[in-house]
Ligand binder design. Structure first.
Ligand code: FES
Ligand code: FES
Length: 205
């Protein structure tokens, strides 16, 4: 509890016996505040190591730097699969997996992504060996400008691990955090269902 708040509370508090109780309560409140206080303040450029697609990448960033910004603008070589579109957590173009869970990397601070496995669309497969979802996107022509594609591929890849045999409705629901301004949704959903089917005979998503 800061001194001015204590002074204020004491100023409006009760006298004598009441004051003793109030003091006890203040001390309790103080102890609770100390327990929940942020243990460490980070400021200035900070060296961190990220696990990106299985590689340890050390980089120096300010604590306010988002994971998306770090991947695209601070790593050398850069990881540009996740796209910067809204930078406000509304479109899904920047989706990456953190320990297998899809997140908007424009809403995650890089310093909070240390000790987690970061998987971008590049980590799911390669042009030579695409994952089932990547191959299905190509086969079903599930993109126009392609800006939203890495986000959809990443989201769908994670979802099919959770639900290997989804219905169209379930795929639509799973993709509700990703927007395609070109309106390629029907083909994106087709590709997702095709990837699920292809993966049912193999374990690869
Ligand atoms: S760029 Fe992150 S949600 Fe749009
Ligand atoms: S293909 Fe252009 S935004 Fe989706």
């Amino acid at each position: 509890m800061n001194p001015s708040r204590r002074k204020f509370l004491k100023g409006v508090g009760v006298a004598s016996a009441g004051a003793a109780i109030a003091e006890h309560l203040w001390n309790e409140a103080e102890a609770k505040e100390e327990q929940t206080a942020t243990p460490q303040t980070v400021s200035g450029a900070t060296k961190i190591t990220l696990d990106v697609n299985g590689l340890k990448r050390t980089v120096e960033v300010e604590p306010r730097t988002t994971l998306l910004n770090t991947l695209r603008n601070h790593l050398e070589p850069a990881v540009t699969g996740p796209k910067l579109v809204c930078d406000a957590g509304t479109c899904g173009a920047c989706t990456v997996l953190l320990d297998g869970k899809p997140v908007y990397s424009c809403l995650v601070l890089a310093v909070d992504a240390t000790n987690k496995k970061i998987t971008t669309v590049e980590g799911l497969g390669s042009p030579e060996q695409p994952s089932a979802v990547q191959a299905a996107f190509v086969e079903h022509d599930a993109l126009m400008c392609g800006f939203c594609t890495p986000g959809f591929v990443t989201t769908i890849s994670a979802y099919l691990k959770k639900n290997p045999n989804p219905s169209l409705e379930e795929v639509r629901e799973a993709c509700k955090g990703n927007f395609c301004r070109c309106g390629t949704y029907p083909r994106v959903f087709e590709a997702a269902l095709a990837a699920a089917k292809a993966s049912s005979s193999s374990s690869q998503v």
